[in-house]
Write a protein that binds this ligand. Structure first.
Ligand code: COA
Ligand code: ZN
Length: 321
């Protein structure tokens, strides 16, 4: 059974996009519940400017309040050196750096050119150093940008290479606004895995155009074994027009387990955590499995069907006599 590694992003990618502020104690209790679900990593929060992302202005308090589960890595988004300092003070396991491979999205999200971002992130890598904290770089819009259109895979490979040269542990290929399609995903994933066999490679899909599960299958075919997903399918980038939810954790785990993959996850617990979300965020989520149930969650046979079946059996018996 092939082992896959699941990484939860709802409390960062999901909550950053919610209009209502989610109370710090609610965030903490949800993360504590998620810590029991079997994730390899949980992206807890983000150390960005509280003016840019007010929903996550309580990052320090959330990190201080959670109960860490051995075996689960706690990662946080870090946009700059200032964020790195704040995050390192909270005992993170990993810093997840972010920049966009498309120039206009990088401007819109981070208010600087790609080169300026790279220079800043290089400083962040230096600040984190070679101590116990790992560095991952999330590259946004690698499968397309809502402002630029197609993003050349040569640009993606060039940035992966530059970060690999800085010694980062991993990169995440992010389909920020759901522009990826399966054949493209398979081709780019193969290229990245082939050229960078020592990098931890994560795929990060949004279901904006309904292709997230199909894209996951394409990435699996290329050999990817690590996926970001969001409880209930929450998520979206506030700086990308038309962005919407990440691939839904429970929908993804449900499919992968039916196919015989070992995700390490406890789907029961994931569903219980997902069922709490509407109460926390004040609206429904796009989760399919929460709504429909798992494939073999059977329903009782209605009484009239029982009666009909009995009648049919009697008729058949009479005929046979
Ligand atoms: N933590 C806390 N505050 C921060 C900060 C950080 N990591 N980085 C910057 N700030 C504050 C500065 O102190 C300054 O505050 P002030 O206006 O009170 O003086 C303000 O934010 C602007 O700082 P500046 O250095 O000029 O940065 P900027 O305006 O160019 O913004 C980012 C850069 C990256 C901080 C900002 O664009 C950002 O946080 N964007 C959101 C990115 C994001 O998380 N997107 C979604 C996920 S992909
Ligand atoms: Zn995302």
């Amino acid at each position: 059974m092939k082992r896959l590694f699941m990484q939860e992003v709802a409390t960062r990618d999901g909550f950053q996009n919610e209009k209502n502020f989610i109370q710090t104690e609610d965030k903490i209790s949800l993360i504590n519940e998620l810590s029991q679900c079997g994730y390899a990593k949980i992206e807890v929060t983000s150390f960005t400017s509280p003016k840019a992302i007010p929903a996550l202005r309580d990052a320090e308090a959330v990190m201080a309040g959670i109960a860490r589960q051995p075996g689960v890595e706690y990662t946080v988004l870090v946009p700059n050196v200032r964020g790195a300092g704040r995050a390192l003070g909270c005992g993170i396991d990993e810093a997840n750096l972010v920049m966009s491979v498309s120039e206009p999205h990088n401007h819109s999200n981070l208010r600087m050119t790609r080169e300026q971002s790279f220079t800043q992130l290089k400083d962040v890598v230096a600040v984190i150093g070679s101590g116990p904290v790992a560095v991952n770089v999330s590259l946004s819009t690698v499968f397309g940008c809502p402002m630029q259109g197609d993003v050349p895979s040569a640009d993606v490979l060039r940035f992966v290479e530059r970060f690999a040269a800085l010694g980062v542990r991993g990169v995440t290929l992010c389909d920020t606004t759901g522009m990826a399609y399966p054949s493209q995903v398979e081709a780019l994933s193969r290229q990245v895995l082939e050229h960078f066999p020592n990098l931890q490679v994560t795929l990060h899909f949004h279901n904006t155009r309904g292709m997230a599960l199909a894209n996951t299958l394409a990435a699996l075919a290329a050999g990817v074994n690590r996926f970001d997903a969001s409880l209930g399918g929450l998520g979206g980038c506030p700086y990308a027009p038309g962005a919407s939810g990440n691939v839904c954790t429970e929908d993804l785990v449900h499919m992968l387990e039916l196919m015989g993959y070992d995700t390490g996850m406890d789907l029961h617990r994931v569903l219980a955590a997902s069922a709490r979300l509407p109460g926390l965020i004040g609206h429904d989520t796009p989760s399919q499995i929460l709504r429909a149930g798992r494939r073999l969650d059977l329903h009782p046979i209605p009484e009239h069907v029982h009666t009909l079946t009995k009648q049919m059996t009697n008729i058949e018996l009479e005929r046979a006599q």
